[in-house]
Ligand binder design. Structure first.
Ligand SMILES: [Zn+2]
Ligand SMILES: [Zn+2]
Ligand SMILES: [Zn+2]
Length: 262
């Protein structure tokens, strides 16, 4: 699929509790390094004409303000966990300024959760000022949002299917710890992959640091960035120095640029 050059902004790179975690006095949560301040995981994907957000975290409002997002064409969702959908109500600002409903793209599992958790937005009798949403159900078929091609990649978050996404030669996968071979074929050839890496110890539904490194190497992707990071991983500085060439921890506000694919 033809893809224009893209700008990718990390809106958040933390696990579900964020970093710092409320009440925690560990070395990471008390670090003064800006790179140890992680909002919940989300990215902004932009071409010259189209802007997409992946997931609406509990920090969505502040993420839109911090990244100075003035217009948003669509939101695509990875899975229904609260740290990926909770901020959806704040699309109201875009409804107001853009004078239209916000298109959402999600699989049926996530769509069910959105309808349940934001039932007031889908009620027969709507009170004024609620979010205006248009649900678009997606499966494994590629689609376009504006001029940006989106290829869903199904991955496993323990037993929950989660959608990762490939945009041109850039792939974003959060909340996973297993990718089947057939889905890996959709990822191979990417120049950059973002993958979740929760902490050093293994976890039932997230890649550990070593598992994430092994996946990037196995996929032969030259550049890997890790996200959805827990305070248990360690400080950005202390973990970064030990990473193999081509692999880095992401951090909030990091911006990547991708080449066009023709
Ligand atoms: Zn998550
Ligand atoms: Zn901590
Ligand atoms: Zn999750």
């Amino acid at each position: 699929m033809i893809c224009p050059p893209l700008t990718i902004t990390f809106l958040g790179t933390g696990t579900s509790s964020g970093v710092p975690m409320i009440g925690c006095t560990c070395v990471v949560c008390t670090s003064s390094d800006k790179k140890d301040k992680r909002l919940r995981s989300s990215i902004l994907v932009q071409s010259e004409t189209t802007t997409i957000v992946v997931d609406t975290t509990p920090d969505f409002r502040y993420q839109m303000l911090r990244a100075q997002v003035k217009g948003l064409d669509a939101i695509i969702f990875t899975h229904p966990h609260k740290d990926h959908v909770a901020g959806l109500d704040d699309v109201r600002a875009f409804n107001f300024f853009q004078h239209k409903a916000m298109p959402l793209y999600a699989n049926s599992l996530t769509e069910e959760a959105i309808k349940r958790e934001f039932a007031y937005a889908f009620a027969d009798k709507k009170y004024p000022g609620i979010p205006e949403l248009i649900l678009n159900t997606i499966d494994d078929q590629p689609f376009y949002i504006g001029d940006i091609p989106v290829i869903p990649v199904e991955v496993w978050h323990h037993k929950m299917p989660v959608l990762g996404y490939r945009f041109g030669n850039f792939t974003y996968i959060t909340d996973a710890n297993r990718i089947e071979e057939a889905e890996k074929e959709k990822i191979k050839g990417s120049d950059i992959i973002i993958l979740n890496a929760l902490r050093k110890e293994t976890h039932i539904s997230h890649y550990s640091l070593d598992e994430a490194i092994a996946e990037v190497k196995g996929l032969c992707i030259p550049q890997g960035y890790f996200t959805h990071i827990s305070h248990q991983l360690g400080t950005h500085q202390s973990v970064s120095v030990g990473l193999p060439k081509g692999i880095a921890l992401s951090y909030d506000d990091l911006v990547l640029y991708t080449a066009a694919v023709s």
